[in-house]
Design a binder for this molecule. Structure first.
Ligand code: GDP
Ligand code: IMO
Ligand code: MG
Length: 437
């Protein structure tokens, strides 16, 4: 790797503050590009007193002149997307730079129902994943299955859409119930064609669009959704999402080869959170966990669910740094930990009688591990106004240095509050510009 593009990737179980980091860097790029996931993502950006929660629209939308591109690897719920566009426009945000790949797959109404039906059935056996119920898994499954899949470009072609929807509704009816409006082909087609008409000229071949931009010296910023430990291949399977969430997903999800990527920014909270089911070795289901949840406002941006909270897991983090080839670590929500007497960092696992520093990316195996902790002194006081690393409390500096040393990646940025300006650029990538408010 060594190109001029930048990737922003979550290194834990999601909600690391990717939206915030993308927002800090977007102004120095020509396009912000989503390559994976769908409306399961919830990326918050805070500008002054305004808070934006973005699900399908890339976080670069807040910068006029920066294109916001939804790549072919994303699964698009067109109704959610249009609602999001309307919401942004109503708040005065210009969305004319938003472009959607004609080859992105569509999350159809029956996919959301199928997600819920499967989760409810699995839940009876205590095996639910705890999905966001946004239809993500069923949409990607149909993409791989091919016969019934609908792509965004199909929403502009009545005949093609009708044919696909008729077959799809037949195959989905036994799963979601015959009488449901979500498997009535006429109703489904009408809804989806209406969306297609509204999306209209935003639907394009984004692979050529991005390569044309690159040919003219443009810089692209790839905005990861979900996160590394939720990756379908490299995460805590089966408690994962259905897409390639790491830097490795960018090529397939956009058509841009990885040699175009220079900086890989891995975003990690100063502690751990997880939403939904699945093992989390450092989880603190206790007073400490509750204290961090309330201070960090750890409730889901997409579903409002309380997030599970725990100490930072450096074994998992080093694995995520390795998979992504992280060049710059971005540690976020450091301010939340201010006030704790001591901080714990997981630096090893006890697994089947052995001590290991290797992550085990399989849910059944990971649920067996017992974390081994190192303890460091905590820090206190208000750090949200700090803008230089050496002005942080000495204990906070030591904590960050320990994280960086263990995971073997330099710290690029430290985030000390949700707002755009609350950032310490330790080793900046060199494209920061005066943000356009
Ligand atoms: P994403 O999915 O990775 O974009 O993260 P989310 O937006 O879902 O969750 C991160 C939450 O933390 C949001 O509410 C952000 O506004 C907030 N946030 C981001 N960075 C910081 C920070 O450094 N400090 C604090 N206190 N909040 C932050
Ligand atoms: P951002 O981009 C946190 C989790 C869900 C569930 C599992 C599968 O905001 O970081 P899915 O609906 O994708 O089939 O759910 O993955 N999950 C996320 N958790 N942040 C996300 O996105 C997530 N996207 C999916 O909670 O456990
Ligand atoms: Mg989120």
């Amino acid at each position: 790797m060594g190109g001029t593009c930048t990737a922003v990737i979550g290194l834990q179980w999601g909600d690391e503050g990717k939206g915030k980091i993308v927002d800090v860097l977007a102004g120095g790029h020509d396009a912000v590009v989503r390559f994976n996931g769908g409306a399961n993502a919830g990326h918050s950006v805070v500008v002054g007193n305004e808070r934006y929660a973005l699900h399908l629209v890339p976080s670069g939308i807040l910068f006029p002149g920066v294109k916001a591109v939804v790549g072919n690897g994303v699964v698009v719920d067109p109704e959610v997307l249009l609602e999001e566009i309307d919401g942004l426009e109503a708040r005065g945000v210009d969305t004319s730079g938003l472009i959607i790949s004609n080859r992105a797959h569509v999350v159809m109404p029956y996919h959301k129902l199928e997600d819920a039906v499967r989760e409810d059935a699995a839940g009876k056996g205590g095996a639910a994943i705890g999905t966001t119920r946004r239809g993500i898994g069923p949409a990607y499954a149909d993409k791989a299955q091919r016969l019934t899949a609908v792509r965004v470009g199909d929403l502009l072609n009545q005949e093609v859409l009708r044919r696909k929807v008729e077959i799809a509704c037949c195959s989905k009816a036994p799963i979601v119930g015959d009488s449901s409006a979500e498997v009535d082909p006429v109703k489904v087609c009408e809804r989806m064609l209406g969306c297609g008409r509204r999306l209209g000229e935003r639907v394009q071949d984004t692979t050529y669009l991005l390569h044309d931009m690159l040919a003219e010296g443009g810089r692209l910023l790839f905005e990861g959704a979900n996160a590394t430990l939720l990756d379908v291949d490299h995460g805590t399977y089966p408690f994962v999402t259905a897409s390639s969430t790491t830097v490795l997903g960018i090529g397939a999800g956009t058509g841009v080869p990885d040699r175009c990527i220079g900086a890989v920014l891995g975003v990690a909270k100063a502690y751990s959170t997880r939403v939904g089911a699945g093992p989390m070795p450092t989880e603190q289901d206790n007073e400490i966990g509750n204290w961090i949840r309330e201070r960090g406002n750890e409730y889901g941006t997409t579903t409002g669910r309380p997030r599970r909270v725990g100490w930072i897991d450096l074994v998992a983090l080093r694995y995520a740094v390795m998979i992504n080839g992280v060049t710059h670590l971005c540690v976020t929500l450091l301010d939340v930990l201010s006030g704790l007497d001591e901080l714990r960092l997981c630096t090893g696992y006890r697994y089947r009688g052995q001590v290991t520093e290797r992550f085990v990316p399989d849910a059944a195996e990971l649920s067996e591990v017992e974390p081994i902790y190192e303890t460091m002194p905590g820090f206190s006081g208000e750090i949200t106004n700090v803008r230089r690393f050496d002005e942080l409390p000495a204990q906070a500096q030591a904590y960050l240095k320990r994280i960086s040393a263990f995971v073997r990646a330099p710290i690029g940025y430290v985030s000390v509050g949700p707002e755009r300006s609350q950032i310490i650029a330790v080793e900046p990538i060199g494209v920061e510009q005066e943000p356009i408010a």
